[in-house]
Design a protein around this ligand. Structure first.
Ligand SMILES: Nc1ncnc2c1ncn2[C@@H]1O[C@H](COP(=O)(O)OP(=O)(O)OP(=O)(O)O)[C@@H](O)[C@H]1O
Length: 979
């Protein structure tokens, strides 16, 4: 047995497993860097706290579209299973999927989420720009929503549900829902913890100077006890701005975002002084007020007043109410939290607008839930507040969802269907959910009630709670009655909560004067986010509109919902959890359970008792038991026959007997038949799927043989037809030659011969005139070059991208400035017109390595970079992003202009070519291949600057104009009546 230890991929295959064997198996695998293990269809992941080489392209390929049993446990296998289930491959029924990742803080949920997204994108490779955008969303959100805590250096301080949207298996869009950002972190952090990452990253770029920021240690909101590695924050800042570029944030928007971040830091440094008349004012010696006002783009006097006093409207007059020093500080902090909270909401909203599926409606989705992990800060000398209370409530909710799905619903089905079954007990945490959410006797309801009560305090809330919850086995009152403290016996252990500022946090109000002030800001972003209302689930309600061709993006506040505005944070969170549960219930859930091996976040270190505790409280033993004994797949008789009848008889009816026939014919054992369903284990499904695949392959082979026979017959006939056509063509050619030599009488009577030109060929056509009089002479027409029928340009789009007219229209209206050399009043030397790949290759043929040009694509609204490589030319697509910036597909760097892109790759290598670009190809003197792009009235003429466009003559692509000239020599553009 010892030699086999750690070799078992699926723990549900072990009989009589107890907690010692379970711990031994997982530990043994972990120490061999096998961090993943299956429990049936559930994946266990133990955080390695080090990089393991199991996520590269080789692994990505290995986990593509193969049955689970034939590959080792891996997060990519889960991605593949989800994608197969979504698309209905491998015998699965297509449908929405939802991957639920749970575990303590620091267990590896966020990393797992990123790996899943990466692999799913890999599986459905399609729209590269969208994929790039989706991959960049995680680093962007992490910068603004993650922070260092004592439990995790990159802890998510918000929950997220990411929906990847598909149409026919192609990724067409995405959506993010965010849950309860921990705003309190903004104005104060526990010992050893930090503010949100972005505040530190800002100091990694020169941009902090622009906002008159000095060093992190000078800002009260930043806990900077830890020394910051400048290189690392420089890189991080680059990553964030590059992610913002990729996702589609414009420069103005990015500037507004950083302006808000900077103004929050300045706001935090505002201090207050009590004056003789006991009113407070902003301490004069600090410049913080002026700087905050400057970057918030509001009047500094107005800002000062909104922080120091408010007005109360009585029936007859408006009374000024001075704040105490403490109230003024609270107003300042509330303002900072509102700014950051709404900014974060706007970022999520903006991402959603940019990822919304375009043109094609999404029909299916894979949702990935990465919610903040279970937290107990008392173990690290801290305390648990309202935020931990909400975070742990979310984790209780998830545990309940897991139990319900894995134990309750499944076992209920066995009972209903009459399957012989010995009940497996799991710890039901429903009483805990009732303790939190019960109405009117639940902690959140009582907190809301205390918020409404005029004299309510944190202490009076705890007193009431203690009184009402007396006797509840999951609620423990504090031993010291004068402290606002209580504890809850969570599924994951006992947690003590300290209720300081809970009423305030739950109310989360912002003085009206501050809201009014911020709505008057000249900064469009601040104005927008403060005009928007907060929805029933606590998110910022904005509308976005986006048009791909014109790159228009607008976000407008939705009309105010006054009832939603009054909801407390607890109630909003409750609402958002309800919606989340509804969404998850409507999809097929896939579970990933992450475990943390040690408290110190160290690699190769396993604290057995710590891991054992996590395995036990998550119910892993019972889960293994139900996966071992249970039937994870339960199709109805009809579904079963529909799917597997091909294994027996295509015509078979959907009856129980036929189900049994198929199962027996497949030599399977261990399945069960219920009242209306077939009960199968994963191994059964995999065997059936394998057989199905083989059967389909043999049918396809048969079809191929038959098709081959038919095709050969058709080919023979086609060959005969081609031969006949060739003979006919030769006859016509001879006739044409005669006509050109003036022997028109060769033409049949009652006919018209047409000689026209398309591209570089002249076409000769003889048409018989049905209504012509019998004595009418034959006629010959020489037509001028026939251009492609013009597509009327539509106001929003420019017509189909493969029409040259549309491309020209697009270029003239939106692109000229991108390729213009402003200093020389002409196009850039590297710019060429709508020329084909082959023409670009001709131009570059005799050039040195690295010589390059950029041309307008012939079939899409965009550009292509062509350059001379060692023994051939290479062509790279340049994508113009929604924010008008440019990226070479396959590269990561975003460029503000084509000029920047060229300059960058003159100094930096492309990722898959070991050299840099050298000199632009340029136009040959006297020749120009972009003249027709400009049209009769050139851009330069419009701008009142004379064009530097060489005379019109030969163009590489535009053969038609060359042929026009030569051809018109031979074939005058007239219609001649012969005779
Ligand atoms: N598969 C992995 N490979 C290497 N390191 C990992 C892996 N998973 C997690 N880690 C390490 O563990 C750290 C914590 O992981 P992660 O942030 O995903 O935890 P989490 O469960 O999301 O925590 P929280 O609930 O606090 O957000 C990561 O920053 C990373 O250093």
């Amino acid at each position: 047995m010892d030699s086999e230890r750690g070799d078992i991929e699926d723990l549900s295959t072990i009989a009589d497993l107890d907690e010692d064997i379970l711990l031994r198996e997982i530990s043994s695998r972990y120490l061999q860097d096998k961090i993943y293990t299956y429990v049936g269809d559930i994946l266990i992941a133990v955080n390695p706290f080090k990089d393991i080489d199991i996520y590269g392209p080789h692994y990505s390929q290995m986990y593509k579209n193969i049955p689970q049993s034939s590959r080792p446990s891996h997060i990519y296998a889960v991605a593949d299973a989800a994608y197969q289930a979504l698309t209905g491959h491998n015998g699965k029924t297509p449908g929405n999927q939802c991957i639920i990742i749970s575990g303590e803080s620091g267990a590896g949920k966020t990393e797992s989420t990123k790996l899943l997204i990466k692999q799913i994108v890999e599986l459905c490779k399609g729209n590269t720009q969208l994929e790039q955008q989706i991959l960049k969303v995680s680093p962007l959100l992490e910068a603004f929503g993650n922070a260092q805590t004592n439990l995790n250096d990159n802890s998510s301080r918000f929950g997220k549900y990411i929906q990847l949207k598909f149409n026919d298996g192609h990724l067409v869009g995405g959506k993010i829902s965010e849950y309860l950002l921990e705003k309190s972190r903004l104005v104060g952090q526990g010992a050893g913890e930090q503010n949100f990452h972005i505040f530190y990253y800002l100091f990694g770029s020169d941009i902090h100077r622009k906002y008159l920021l000095s060093a992190p240690r000078h800002y009260k909101y930043l806990n900077s006890s830890k020394s910051t590695d400048l290189k690392s924050i420089q890189e991080q800042f680059e990553t964030v701005t590059s992610a913002m570029d990729s996702v589609g944030f414009t420069d103005d928007e990015q500037e507004n975002v950083f302006s808000i971040i900077a103004s929050i830091l300045h706001l935090g440094n505002i201090t207050f002084t009590v004056q003789e008349d006991e009113s407070v004012t902003v301490t004069e010696k600090t410049e913080a007020l002026l700087m905050a006002a400057r970057f918030l783009e509001v009047d500094s006097e107005d800002l000062k007043e909104s922080l120091c006093y408010t007005f109360i409207q009585t029936k007859r007059e408006k009374l000024r109410r001075n704040y105490t020093k403490e109230m003024a500080e609270d107003a300042r902090d509330a303002m900072s939290k509102a700014l950051y909270g709404r900014l974060f909401g706007w970022i999520v909203n903006k991402i959603n607008c940019l990822l919304v599926p375009e043109n094609q409606a999404a029909n299916l989705e894979i949702g990935i839930l990465d919610i903040f992990g279970f937290e107990d800060f008392t173990k690290d000398g801290g305390h648990n507040s309202f935020e931990q209370f909400c975070i742990n409530l979310a984790n209780e909710q998830l545990q309940y969802f897991f139990n319900r799905h894995v134990f309750f619903l499944e076992q209920e089905e066995y009972r209903k269907e009459g399957i012989a079954w010995t009940e497996i007990q799991c710890v039901d945490n429903k009483p805990l959910l009732d303790l939190f959410l019960g109405k009117p006797i639940g902690i959140l309801s009582i907190l809301d009630e205390e918020n409404r009560f005029p004299g309510g305090t944190d202490q009076s809330f705890v007193n009431k709670l203690t009184q009402v919850m007396e006797g509840n086995e999951n609620f423990l009152k504090s031993q010291q009655t004068n402290k606002p403290v209580f504890s809850i016996n969570h599924y994951a252990g006992n947690v003590v909560y300290t209720c300081t500022n809970w009423l305030e946090k739950n109310r989360d109000t912002l003085p009206e004067d501050i809201t009014t002030l911020l709505r008057s800001s000249s900064n469009l972003l601040i104005k927008t986010i403060f005009k928007a209302f907060i929805s029933r689930t606590g998110s910022l309600a904005l509308q976005g509109r986006y048009s791909r061709n014109h790159v228009v993006f607008q976000q407008t506040p939705i009309a105010m919902d006054t009832t939603a505005n009054k909801l407390t944070v607890g109630t909003q969170f409750k609402n958002s959890l309800n919606i989340l549960m509804e969404r998850m219930t409507a999809s097929s859930p896939i579970f990933i359970r992450c475990f943390k091996p040690n408290h110190e976040k160290l690699p190769e270190r396993l604290e057995p008792e710590y891991l054992r505790n996590q395995l036990l409280y998550t119910g892993m033993l019972q889960t293994i038991e139900i996966r071992r004994r249970g039937f994870a797949v339960r199709p109805t008789f009809s579904q079963f026959i529909q799917k597997y009848k091909i294994l027996s008889d295509y015509q078979m009816k959907e009856t129980v007997d036929n189900c049994i026939t198929i199962l027996k014919k497949s030599f399977l054992s261990g399945w069960c038949i219920g009242e209306s369903k077939v009960f199968l284990k994963f191994k059964h499904v995999e065997k059936l799927t394998q057989m199905l695949d083989e059967r389909i392959k043999s049918v396809v082979h048969m079809q191929r043989v038959v098709r081959g026979f038919v095709q050969r017959g058709r080919y023979k006939k086609m060959k005969e037809k081609i031969l006949a056509a060739k003979l006919e063509q030769e006859k016509i050619e001879a006739m044409k030659a005669n006509i050109l030599q003036g022997r028109y009488t060769e033409l049949p009577p009652k006919s018209v011969a047409t000689i026209s030109k398309t591209d570089n060929r002249s076409v000769f056509e003889v048409v018989e005139l049905q209504n012509a009089k019998s004595d009418e002479s034959p006629d010959v027409e020489f037509l001028d070059d026939i251009p492609a029928p013009p597509t009327p340009p539509n106001s929003a789009k420019f017509g189909p991208a493969d029409s040259k007219l549309s491309l020209k229209e697009w270029f003239r209206k939106t692109q000229i400035h991108n390729v213009r050399d402003n200093q020389k009043d002409k196009f850039q030397d590297w710019f060429h017109g709508i020329i084909s790949r082959r023409d670009a290759e001709k131009l570059l043929a005799n050039k040195l390595i690295g010589c390059f040009l950029i041309r307008v694509s012939e079939s899409r609204f965009g550009y292509t970079l062509s350059f001379k490589a060692e023994n051939r030319c290479r062509h790279y697509i340049i994508e113009q992003l929604k924010n008008r910036k440019f990226i070479i597909i396959g590269e990561t760097k975003i460029h503000r202009s084509l000029h920047d892109l060229v300059s960058f790759y003159k100094k930096n290598k492309l990722s898959n070519w070991p050299n840099c670009l050298t000199v632009p190809c340029g136009q040959n003197s006297g020749e120009c291949d972009y003249s027709d792009l400009i049209g009769s009235q050139t851009y330069f003429e419009m701008e009142n600057t004379p064009p530097q466009v060489p005379p019109r003559s030969y163009t590489a692509k535009n053969n038609s104009s060359r042929i026009n000239n030569t051809a018109s020599h031979q074939l005058p553009a007239t219609t001649r009546k012969l005779n």
